[in-house]
Unconditional design. Structure first.
Length: 192
């Protein structure tokens, strides 16, 4: 069963990775760099500040920092435990896939997917009552994570497990944040 699942994972990866074209490689290299998402992060920071105020913004950022540290370190533990080769380093397929970028670390599961989904989940549940179409925030982790398949760095299962872990971690952190907020830093009436 696991053999079939991993084989299907490779087949789906080869198909999705094969959709790429040298014309778009520079775009996806741009998308995959965390620093290029700074404008989105600054926009989110501004929105959080406007909706929650300075004190609550700092409080939420503290929980975001804990969340990213947790998901990132957990991802590294899984990568080192499973030691699944990235597609770009897999000798069985790297001769016929599109390898746009190479990394020597392991593949399972994606830190890009887990970190971005975790942060998006925490922010979504914190601010969803303020915006009508705030679900669009989840486009960020979807696009960000797909870049990893496009570049030849992750299999779809790496991304899916990263998303599931990130969503679960983000939702758990949201609940911890809300409990701690109510106890130690309740929102002023003007923000309710």
């Amino acid at each position: 069963m696991i053999e079939k699942l991993l084989s299907l994972d490779v087949d789906i990866f080869v198909f999705l990775n094969g959709l790429g074209s040298p014309t778009f490689d520079s775009l996806w290299l741009l998308i995959t760099r965390q620093s290029n998402w700074i404008p989105l992060f600054l926009l989110l920071l501004y929105v959080i500040f406007k909706k929650l105020g300075a004190k609550q913004t700092l409080y939420l950022l503290f929980f975001v920092a804990i969340l990213v540290t947790f998901t990132d370190q957990t991802t590294n533990i899984f990568k080192n435990y499973f030691q699944r080769l990235r597609p770009c380093n897999n000798l069985e397929i790297n001769s016929f896939i599109r390898v746009v970028q190479v990394r020597n670390s392991f593949s399972f599961f994606s830190g890009h997917a887990s970190n971005s989904m975790a942060v998006a989940t925490l922010i979504y549940f914190t601010l969803r009552s303020y915006f009508k179409y705030f679900e669009l925030l989840f486009l960020w982790p979807l696009i960000f994570a797909y870049s990893r398949i496009y570049l030849g760095l992750h299999y779809p299962i790496d991304i899916i497990v990263g998303f599931l872990f990130g969503f679960g971690s983000g939702f758990l952190m949201f609940n911890l944040y809300k409990k701690a907020q109510q106890r130690y830093f309740p929102l002023p009436a003007k923000y309710l």
